[in-house]
Structure formats: structure tokens, C-alpha cells
Ligand binder design. Structure first.
Ligand SMILES: Nc1ncnc2c1ncn2[C@@H]1O[C@H](COP(=O)(O)OP(=O)(O)OP(=O)(O)O)[C@@H](O)[C@H]1O
Ligand SMILES: [Mg+2]
Length: 378
């Protein structure tokens, strides 16, 4: 197992503006580390710098404590699945998978054994004698994955390796890759723009935007306490609802557009120096009010339903709050129609507040629904 460290790494192409700025992160041996962010934010560039396929403009890259900035790719003991992977068209699937092992002079019977094992894991056993042009896009992508895994390099880099698969196969492959990584104790750096992949696969995730780190952390910590509104909207589906809120310290009150008022606990007052903040709330925390008692407090709003999606196990309701479009997510199936007026409660304990100038998180939710199994029988 090997660790990978980046110290103030930046990249610019031919004296253009930086596409990667000052990235510092330490990836632990055997960790599954996910790089996630929108298209063009610099994910592939970081991966290619780690692989040695792209020069590092500034900063230092270390593997197991040794700087490798100038080490050629072949000496880094890294395997990689490229975003635009290319298979050898004249070789069949089996030959494509073991190609790198040939170069590494792995013995023939071991090559065969490793190939069969990885082909089994990735559902390729029936296609071993076929040429790439006779495979579907998803099957070709799995061959590229197999080629990287069969290598058993201590560090593996994967750039959107599941993008060509259908939703069901993608879900299956997510858990397969995770199991293989655990079994072989690989240090994995995995790129995706899909927040579900990031949440479900990563030990830790790094959210990038425009070449800069937005947050690094365990997926659930990032979900619960996003560092800024960008992360809040990037992680989670539907995204976190945001709105500008006003703070009135003398009344100990937080309001959105004068319609909704939440009282601020005395202990929290010293956290707020500004008159306006950005308020965020996850769709699942927007509860429908179904008791008259709750209605007697200020923390509810009557909203007009503009769109409903009933997904079988949950219902997503959209409505307008001043100039913002918000979404609420409720468990189960709800009989709600467009045009209905529904009362929705917002609790101070469930909201995030961000500094409206810097975007920094001031306060995260203090009440997260966390279910614990008290007794497990095996
Ligand atoms: N060879 C190059 N010359 C100049 N600019 C480049 C080069 N390669 C990439 N870029 C720029 O660097 C930025 C980051 O690109 P990169 O491919 O790392 O993004 P990405 O996050 O992987 O995006 P995607 O999700 O679309 O694959 C982009 O703005 C891109 O246009
Ligand atoms: Mg990319």
C-alpha cells in the first residue's frame, strides 16, 4: 500500500491561466479517494499529473514520501483507466487484459489465472476471445477496467470508468470496484462527476470547482456540513435549497422574505455579525405540517405546489419561495397536486447558514436524522 501526497500543486497550460490552483491533499495508503466536480474543473488534469502524463507547473507530488515530479510514468508503479480509454483493436479481450503483464514479464500461467479472475469479477468471461469492435461500449469499458485491475499496481487511477454503463450495471460495478479495491488493498484515486458515485464509493471525497479545492472529507460529513453553497448544491439530490435570509439580532430572529421567521437561540447569537446570510436546507428536512399545534409557531410557510414527482418510494414537490425554486422530498407516496397549498415547516436545527460574502459555512444542521440498530442478530 502506498500513499500519494500533493503539496501546493498548480497547473497551467502554455502560460495560460491556471487550471489547477494550489492543491494540497494527502491520500492514505489503501484509501478509496474520490475526485468529484463539474465538467472542466480539472479532475482529469490532476489524475494525469499523478500518473506522470502531464507536467506539474508548481508544487510537489510525492509517493511514499519521495518526490516523483520528474519520474517517468512507467517508473511510478501506477495503473490507470483513462476517460478516453483505447483498446488494441487487433487483440482480443484476453490479450487486451493481459497486455501490460506481458510487458512486466509475468509468467504465462499466472497471467491466465489473473485474467480469468478479473474477467469473472467484471462479467467478461464469455467475451475473452472477441475483438473490441464486436463489443458494446459498456463491455469495452469493462475491458479497460480489467486491464487496470489485473496489473495489481499498488496505486490505481480511474477516470470516470463507469460512464458508458447503464444505471443497473453501474450500480453493480460500483460495489464490484469497491470490493476489488479492498481485497487488493489498492490506493485508489477515482474521478467522477456523479455525486452518487462519490457518496457511495469514497472513503473520502474531494470536491473541486474551477481547479480549486472546495472541501475534502468523508461523504457523510460533506453532506451534513457542506463547506459552502457550491458543495451544498453539488452533493445531494435534489440539491440543497438556498435563499438569502435576514438576521435581526435585537429580535433574535432570522427571516426569509418577511414570510418565514425563525427564532435564533441565545447561544448562537454571537456567531452572526452580518445582516444577511445564505440559508440552506436539504429537501428531506422540509416537513409537511400535519398538526395544528405546529402551525401555532412561526416556522411554517404555506406554499403553492408547482410540480410533483412521485417516484414510488418518495415524493418530490417543487414550489416557489420568493425568487427561489425549492424542492421538498418526503418518504413514500403523497397525494399532492399542482396548485395545492401545503404548509411546510422549517426548523432552525435543520438549516445551514453560510456567510453571504465568503460563502463559508457558519452553522450546519444540529439535528441529523441518524438511525441506529440497537440489536443485531447474526
Ligand atoms: N492540453 C490542454 N491545453 C489547454 N487547456 C487544457 C488542456 N487540457 C485540459 N485543458 C483545460 O483544463 C481544464 C480542466 O480540464 P480537465 O480535462 O482536467 O477537466 P475535467 O474536470 O476532467 O472535465 P470532464 O468532467 O469534462 O472530463 C479545462 O478548462 C480544459 O479546457
Ligand atoms: Mg475529465
Amino acid at each position: 500500500m502506498k500513499n500519494v501526497e500533493l503539496f501546493n500543486v498548480s497547473k497551467s497550460y502554455e502560460k495560460q491561466k491556471e487550471v489547477i490552483s494550489d492543491i494540497s491533499v494527502s491520500i492514505e495508503p489503501g484509501e478509496f479517494f474520490v475526485l468529484v466536480g463539474p465538467s472542466g474543473c480539472g479532475k482529469s488534469t490532476i489524475l494525469r499529473m499523478i500518473a506522470g502524463l502531464e507536467d506539474i507547473t508548481k508544487g510537489s507530488l510525492r509517493i511514499d514520501g519521495n518526490e516523483v515530479n520528474l519520474l517517468p510514468p512507467s517508473k511510478r508503479d501506477i495503473s490507470m483507466v483513462f476517460q478516453n480509454y483505447a483498446l488494441y483493436p487487433h487483440l482480443n479481450v484476453e490479450e487486451n487484459i493481459v497486455f501490460g503483464l506481458d510487458v512486466k514479464k509475468v509468467k504465462k500461467f499466472e497471467r491466465k489465472e489473473r485474467c480469468m479472475e478479473v474477467a469473472e469479477m467484471l462479467g467478461l468471461t464469455d467475451y475473452l476471445k472477441r475483438k473490441p469492435r464486436h463489443l458494446s461500449g459498456g463491455q469495452r469499458q469493462r475491458v479497460a477496467l480489467a486491464r487496470a485491475i489485473v496489473n495489481q499496481a499498488p496505486i490505481c487511477l480511474m477516470d470516470e470508468p463507469l460512464s458508458n454503463l447503464d444505471a443497473k450495471l453501474r450500480a453493480h460495478m460500483r460495489s464490484e470496484i469497491r470490493q476489488i479495491q479492498r481485497k487488493l488493498k489498492i490506493t485508489m484515486i477515482y474521478v467522477t462527476h456523479d455525486q452518487v458515485e462519490a457518496m457511495t464509493m469514497g472513503d473520502r471525497i474531494m470536491i473541486l470547482n474551477e481547479g480549486k479545492i472546495q472541501q475534502v472529507g468523508k461523504p457523510i460529513d460533506v453532506y451534513n456540513a457542506p463547506a459552502n453553497p457550491f458543495v451544498a448544491q453539488f452533493i445531494g439530490s435534489p440539491p440543497m435549497n438556498l435563499a438569502t435570509a435576514n438576521i435581526n439580532l435585537s429580535k433574535q430572529e432570522l427571516s426569509i422574505g418577511g414570510r418565514l421567521k425563525l427564532s435564533i437561540p441565545s447561544n448562537d447569537l454571537q456567531s452572526y455579525q452580518e445582516d444577511t446570510v445564505t440559508l440552506g436546507i436539504r429537501p428531506e428536512y422540509l416537513k409537511i405540517v400535519n398538526s395544528i399545534n405546529t402551525k401555532s409557531t412561526n416556522n411554517y410557510l404555506d406554499v403553492k405546489v408547482e410540480h410533483v414527482e412521485v417516484l414510488g418510494n418518495e415524493t418530490i414537490v417543487s414550489f416557489q419561495l420568493d425568487t427561489y425554486r425549492w424542492q421538498a422530498k418526503w418518504n413514500g407516496q403523497w397525494n399532492v397536486d399542482v396548485g395545492d397549498i401545503v404548509p411546510i415547516a422549517i426548523n432552525y436545527e435543520s438549516i445551514c447558514l453560510f456567510n453571504s460574502a465568503s460563502g463559508h459555512l457558519i452553522k450546519g444542521p444540529t439535528q441529523v436524522e441518524n438511525h441506529i440498530i440497537h440489536e443485531v442478530t447474526v
